[in-house]
Design a binder for this molecule. Sequence first.
Ligand SMILES: [Zn+2]
Length: 271
Amino acid sequence: MDILLYIIIFIMGTVFGSFFTLAVYRLPKKQDITHTHSYCPNCSHKLGFLDLIPVFSYIFLLGRCRYCKEKIRPRYLVIELLSGFIFVIVAYLMNISVQNLKLTVLAEGAFMALYLCFIFIMAGIDKENRKIEKSISMYGILISMAYIIYLCVIEKDSIYRYIIYLIFYILILILDTVTLKRYAKNSYVHGVILTVITMAVFTGEYVTINTIIMTAIAVAVNLLLHKIQNIRKKVRREPKNYGANIQYGFYLAISNILNLIFVLAWYKFFV
Ligand SMILES: [Zn+2]
């Protein structure tokens, strides 16, 4: 029976994955993500149900648009599959099983799905545009609020554990609004900080600290490789500050998912 449950979770993951690619493509363009029909970015033909089945459509259409035969980027398939697998792994490590389908387990699972949505879309947009989309940050804050209320009311967690996060959220939101005109550049930093707070709410302080350390190492390695490359190519002066172009949100997301899986696995098998 568990197999069936995990197949359903995998399919859910691929559907979410398909939604992530859509959100990453449309949100920075300020396009509607729920009401407008999906369309081929090349020929603008509207896509039907059969064109939109995650994974399967790509395979049956042999990676091409049904209408104009333009190649579809394999990235869509990869993200859908990856999302499916991450959903299954996290659900398995969270002990979601048929025998264990209590309301609290389902609620935890649902919150985790909402969080993965946040982290995937934030990372995708940052990777493509080096930007933390404001609407995604706000979505993160909203689901954090809902999760904190859930933890305090249903699981009887103490609200004091979370007050610090709430204060940080409010401070950053005020700071971002006040400095919006003069320091538009800082917006990215604010987005990164909001992301880290949301991370802490959903994956805990321990995972978040590890995430930050791992991200710092990844960024340092990236900078070092860039330096070595420059020395090899004998580039004397850099035209632009390279560090200001690194997608910190993207690195944070990957480190966070790896750390989350590692810690959940640790708890499941060793504690
Ligand atoms: Zn097309």
